[in-house]
Design a protein around this ligand. Structure first.
Ligand code: KIV
Length: 265
């Protein structure tokens, strides 16, 4: 798609019903991201997300996906302890979660791990810039690569990931000029989130796009719907109708024949 100049549209999903809807929208790729921790499990960061959490949600998403490519995120510390453990965990994401690729965060420091995983026949998507698993090291959710030295490091990191065999790289929260330069400097696609319009594709967290996630909306999010308001309103309408005994109505209710009823009295 990069070679043909076709933008890649990717979204996250974490469960079966959402996966079926996203898949029906002709989206190119679905990411079962560790943003699961924030938007589904209610954690403050992605750090508490485990391999078992990712696999549990991946299984639901892959059951609901017929068409799009599904990428499974490698959670915090699942690819840092040793190369062997990293390959084994990537293998679990493929074999148990039934993903078609894995994603992991980091640059040159994870390049050898990316090489080991790709050597095992597993496609790897990189992730550079704001890497949420390192939020405590980065000192918060901030735009990365604004200074020349940091930007040069990210450019070098992108080249190392490509060289190590990654098939695509997520660029999160970096200046658009840097994202453009990286995109032009590597032959694999860049998928941006808060990285401007010059990336080869874009990714958003589905709850953000649908306006469902109330806690925080980053600047790079465009809400294509406001489901939070609609969901709260629907729940309030239901509550009021239950209290007023106007739900369920006759159209939601089952009946038995008069003669059968008489047998009860
Ligand atoms: O976990 C996630 O959803 C991600 C995207 C924000 C790219 O990594």
């Amino acid at each position: 798609m990069k070679q043909e100049g076709q933008p890649i549209a990717m979204l996250t999903a974490y469960d079966y019903p959402m996966a079926t809807l996203v898949d029906a929208s002709d989206i190119d790729a679905i990411l079962v991201g560790d943003s699961l921790g924030n938007v589904v499990l209610g954690y403050e960061s992605t750090v508490p997300v485990t391999m078992d959490d990712i696999i549990h949600h991946l299984r639901a998403v892959t059951r609901g996906t017929k068409r799009a490519m599904v990428v499974g995120d490698m959670p915090f510390l699942s690819y840092h302890i040793s190369r062997e453990e990293s390959v084994r965990n990537a293998g679990r994401i493929m074999q148990e979660g039934l993903a078609q690729a894995v994603k992991l965060e980091g640059g040159s420091e994870v390049a050898e791990t990316v090489r080991a995983i790709t050597n095992a026949g597993i496609p790897v998507m990189g992730h550079l810039g704001l890497t949420p698993q390192s939020v405590h090291q980065l000192g918060g959710y901030k735009v990365q690569g604004k200074g020349g030295d940091a930007a040069r490091k990210l450019l070098e990191d992108a080249k190392s990931l490509e060289e190590a065999g990654a098939f695509a790289i997520v660029l999160e929260c970096i200046p658009q000029q840097l994202a453009k330069l990286i995109t032009e400097s590597i032959s694999i696609p860049t998928i941006g989130i808060g990285a401007g319009a010059d990336c080869d594709g874009q990714v958003l967290v589905i709850q953000d796009l649908l306006g469902m996630y109330a806690d925080f909306t980053p600047k790079f999010v465009k809400k294509y719907a406001n489901l939070k308001e609609q969901i709260v309103q629907a729940c309030q309408d239901y509550r009021e109708e239950v209290k007023a005994r106007s739900f369920p109505g006759p159209e939601h209710t089952f009946n038995m024949a008069e003669e059968e009823l008489k047998k009860l009295y």
